[in-house]
Design a protein around this ligand. Sequence first.
Ligand code: UGA
Length: 440
Amino acid sequence: MRLTIIGTGYVGLVAAVCLAKLGHIVTAVDREHVIQDLRVHKLTIWEPDLQEMLETCRRDGRLSFDIDIAHASRDADALMIAVGTPIGVNGQTDLSQIDDVIAQLKQVDGVCPPLIIMKSTVPVGTCDELEANLLAAGLQTEVVFNPEFLRQGSAINDFMNPDRIVFGCRSHLAKAALHQLYKGINAPIQVCDRRSAELIKYASNAFLAMKISFANMIADVCEGYDADNRQVMQGVGADRRIGPHFLRDGIGYGGSCFSKDLQSLLTSGKAIGRSLPLLEATAQINEERIPQLLEKLISLWGNPRGKRLGVLGISFKPNTNDVRDAPFLTLLRLCHLYGIEVQTFDPVVQHTSIDGVIQMDTAYEVATDADAIIIMTEWPQFAELDWVLMARLMHQPILLDGRNVLSDEVISRLMLVENVIYIPVGRPMERAKLTLSVNL
Ligand code: UGA
């Protein structure tokens, strides 16, 4: 198929390289400065395998770039929209980037392909409205909704090996085209109406966020009753009806998707007079994570003003350089309020322009003279650090493990030999209890 993809963010660019790899001829469209970079294979996104795949697809002539939607769409069999749909005023989803694409398609005769595949996450009913809008302008095209479930950091693998592919469409023709598009990917395909497909995307992200908040809520109970949430969640997740994924407790979820989609779903609920209390609680539990953790530190410090906090990890999760809605940003804001100085290290987020951050070149520099360290992102290399050296470099050896990344062996050495105050999430911090569990 000849495919035009509008938007080269995470979803658009990953879809572009993966669909080109599957044998389609893909043109990806974005603003001029973005395309200039992509043409010389310069990526602003840090995602495993993406760079190599992009170079291969370009070399093989299956992937090209353009800045003109009309020009890129002229001979396309389908146009895929993968632009941003951020939260706008009053919690409404801002669809202006999609409206822009549609306006450009309407401007030039004969460029609107017969099929528009919506990948951007959009509120229920959006595809119906867009199709009606195009029809009213005399353009015969079907708008289908084909949600994306990829995670940053494992995006290529998630695209090529999805748990399911969802097509929200109304005609056999569209369904056949989508089958052709994903030929080569071995996954169950669910065909449904467009509105249900739009809701599948929101409900999936909301459910995942809810699982995380649930794990965090139980983590608090564990801390209060000297239980270990790692063991609790292992036991809970072993039930196949629940599943072991997305039950990791810690500093809460971040990233550009969960908060935004939860907010959007809450707004959709409000529009029909429903309050969706489960989602409200999910968001509230998440918002309380960072303030709660910081409180623990402050209670140890007494006066936080002038203290130096070393932060390991800036991105909202490992294997990405994305800092959108990263828990780190919430932490930073609170630290500024309390007058706490912040020095950070992240393996890929470097030379960031975030205000009020002192960025170091190594984790050891972050530890130097710090009054505490907090692990914000579970980059695997953090677990491998020489933690004894880290502790010795610190001014005050307090370690808050926001992602529970350190092994029991390292923790017991730090606590028992180096006198580190180790604060985990979801389990007791008392030395005696820890020693007991290590020696079991
Ligand atoms: C999420 C969904 O997982 C994807 O299916 C979806 O396609 C994507 O949003 C989207 O809508 O575009 P993503 O935001 O890339 O993907 O990352 P996740 O792996 O879901 O992690 C989100 C946040 O939850 C991270 O901050 C992560 O650290 C946190 N998390 C995840 C936990 O705190 N505990 C867990 O057990 C799992």
